[in-house]
Write a protein that binds this ligand. Structure first.
Ligand SMILES: [Zn+2]
Length: 328
């Protein structure tokens, strides 16, 4: 099966399908609802129901464009031209899916953004045997080792309760789609009063439709004494403006880095991510039994080199253009 990598995304020319394209095309697969993947393809778009809903929330201006949104179910194969396509859970964020493409006797698996360990909100990832694997490597270096969901939940709750007992506002920094909803869900489920920034709150209803509860959350209003606060990284002005006493926790894969405290302005580092860490990526590759591997996003060249040293046929196609935001 021919696979072409270019600035618009990944193209399967024999099938006529693009994977996470950035620009207009005839037919596209959207792996999940993050902006770097769900850009602006005006065409037939396949994705899970949740991904298409998140895409609509992100891109309201797309409402009147001639798009044909086609929701697909996990594990339900469908025909596309001469290929058979099947979506499988990818763990990453709500609705995130891997795509298995079966064509001319070959199985190609495109992971999109993926994690192996079960997320706090979302489905466990299925690892599928394939001939050709296209895998992400956002955290594809051995320095990245993340907490499990249970460990991250304990750390978040402990941090929030300790701060509130000292009448200090616990502030959590989390990427605004995916990690942040997991933080809010964790705090609310524990009964911790929680205020949520609007950039994060706008996605809560879609998570609620999928069964994740956020009991008692309130919008961040600048006066949240006695509450935990969940905001996106980089939004610290509210603290200075209100003069509140606060301590900041950074929940991210990037919290593994030595300079994470300075970089995020956080005292507490909680290395939990919606992406796979290095060991999960290695496990995914091993269990896929893929004969050839293309590595995209993040540490593509070193991760492909590590796979080559372990006897794999691995490449790092020029993929810098695929990621335009620092997820994690
Ligand atoms: Zn993503």
């Amino acid at each position: 099966m021919r696979v072409e990598f270019n600035a618009n995304g990944i193209h399967l020319p024999e099938i006529g399908l693009w994977l996470d394209p950035k620009e207009t095309c005839d037919a596209a697969w959207l792996s999940h609802g993050h902006a770097g993947h769900a850009s602006a393809p005006r065409c037939t778009i396949f994705g899970t129901k949740e991904t298409l809903n998140l895409y609509r929330i992100r891109r309201p201006e797309q409402e009147n464009l001639p798009q044909d949104l086609r929701p697909v179910e996990f594990g339900q194969p469908f025909e596309f031209g001469k290929a058979r396509l099947t979506a499988y859970p990818a763990g990453h964020i709500l609705g995130a899916a891997q795509l298995l493409v079966e064509y001319d006797g070959e199985r190609l698996l495109y992971t999109g953004d993926v994690k192996l360990r079960e997320p706090l909100c979302g489905l466990a990832t299925e690892v599928l045997p394939c001939d050709h694997l296209i895998v992400e490597s956002t955290f594809g270096l051995p320095i990245y080792h993340f907490l499990s969901a249970a460990e991250a939940r304990d750390r978040m709750i402990d941090f929030a309760q300790t701060c509130l007992a000292e009448e200090i506002t616990p502030v959590f920094l989390g990427y605004p789609l995916g990690p942040a909803q997991e933080i809010v869900h964790t705090l609310c489920a524990e009964g911790i009063p929680t205020a949520v920034d609007g950039a994060i709150a706008r996605f809560l209803p879609e998570y609620e439709r999928s069964g994740y509860a956020f009991p008692g959350w309130v919008p961040e209003s600048g006066a949240a004494a006695g509450r935990a606060l969940v905001v996106a990284p980089g939004t610290r002005n509210y603290l200075e403006a209100s003069g509140r006493q606060a301590r900041v926790a950074y929940v991210s894969g990037w919290a593994c880095l030595d300079n994470a405290r300075t970089r995020a302005g956080a005292e507490e580092l909680i290395p939990y991510s919606d992406h796979a860490d290095f060991e999960e990526l290695m496990e995914l590759v091993e269990r896929s039994e893929a004969r050839e591997i293309d590595v995209i996003h993040g540490y593509t060249e070193p991760f492909a080199r590590i796979l080559q040293l372990r006897g794999r046929v691995a490449r790092a196609p020029s993929a810098a253009a695929y990621r335009d935001e620092a997820e994690g």
